[in-house]
Design a protein around this ligand. Structure first.
Ligand code: LP5
Ligand code: MN
Length: 253
């Protein structure tokens, strides 16, 4: 009962001071106004394993404390994205939060929806799907987690760098969801509503699958550290209540 709030793709990192402040304000507001908070992926710019939470640098410790404070007031669910797919039960347990399954059916205020990060729908992006299959492999993950924290930080920075280079050469269609993959998920889960983040194309999309009207809602990404003065800080969240789904823009401080 009461509104459920959702946010994803906040991409918290060492150099995201503005975004981190905005996110911490958001968490405070959520703990007062929401009855639960769902965070389906890419809250962190890169997550290299739950053991970093123990030796967290100051920026991370602040963000983790803010999530923990929120989770002490309302149920908080963290889901894995393509950048923080290494988040695990150790992290969520330490935060007093819960780990969201990869794709999950949730019913809020009488509406059932399929919730996930959304990268799994981007099947036109073959290079990414290959990368995803590699890093989601348990053997690869245990090999990676066995490396030292400095080694893992270096590899994560390399992967982020290569990803940014790769994204510059990909067309924007390739980096959006594939319509057939979305339709297949709608059929497989027998739903008419999908909610996800990842594509950084916030909004509501209406589609028809097997003659049924369906909706796909996309959560916004956050960036309040823009160096270009002409661009506005961005970010926002979704509220689901008796009135349905709505997207809210961050109000800049
Ligand atoms: O997130 P975004 O928007 O930048 O791009 C994603 C896809 N990229 C990724 C990669 C992540 O950004 C990397 C995050 C690291 C997490 C830390 C954990 C440790 C991992 C260590 C790995 C060795 O998810 C991008 C999509 C885009 O979304 C839109 O959907 O296009 O996909 C890619 O860029 C994949 C590339 O096309 C191919 C793979 C490049 C990475 C190669 C890694 C090599 C590491 C170096 C080791 C020597
Ligand atoms: Mn993502």
């Amino acid at each position: 009962n009461g509104p459920v709030w959702l946010a994803s793709d906040v991409h918290l990192g060492q150099h995201t001071t503005g975004t981190s402040e905005a996110f911490r304000d958001f968490l405070k507001l959520a703990s007062k106004e929401a009855s639960a908070l769902l965070l389906p992926g890419d809250i962190f710019d890169a997550w290299i394993g739950d053991d970093v939470a123990v030796v967290a640098p100051p920026w991370l410790a602040l963000d983790l404390m803010a999530i923990k404070a929120c989770a002490a007031k309302i149920p908080v669910w963290l889901g894995r994205g393509n950048r923080d797919f290494l988040m695990g039960e150790a992290l969520t347990a330490g935060l007093g939060a819960n780990l969201l399954p990869e794709q999950v059916l949730v019913t809020i205020a009488g509406r059932t929806m399929l919730l996930s990060h959304g990268d799994e729908y981007c099947t036109d992006d073959v290079a990414y799907q290959q990368f995803r299959a590699m890093v989601r492999n348990p053997a690869w993950q245990s090999g990676f987690l066995a490396k030292s924290i400095p080694e893992r930080l270096t590899l994560a920075a390399q992967a982020r760098g290569e990803s940014m280079v790769a994204n510059q050469t990909k067309s924007s269609e390739i980096m959006d969801v594939n319509a057939d993959t979305v339709a297949a998920a709608i059929r497989a889960h027998n739903v008419s509503l999908i909610v996800h983040g990842h594509t950084h194309r916030p909004g509501r999309n209406v589609l028809t699958v097997d003659g049924n009207r369906c909706e796909r809602w996309v959560l916004p990404d956050w960036d309040c550290d823009l160096s270009d003065e002409n661009r506005k800080p961005r970010g926002g969240w979704m509220v689901i209540d008796e009135d349905g789904l709505s997207l809210f823009d961050l109000t800049p401080r």
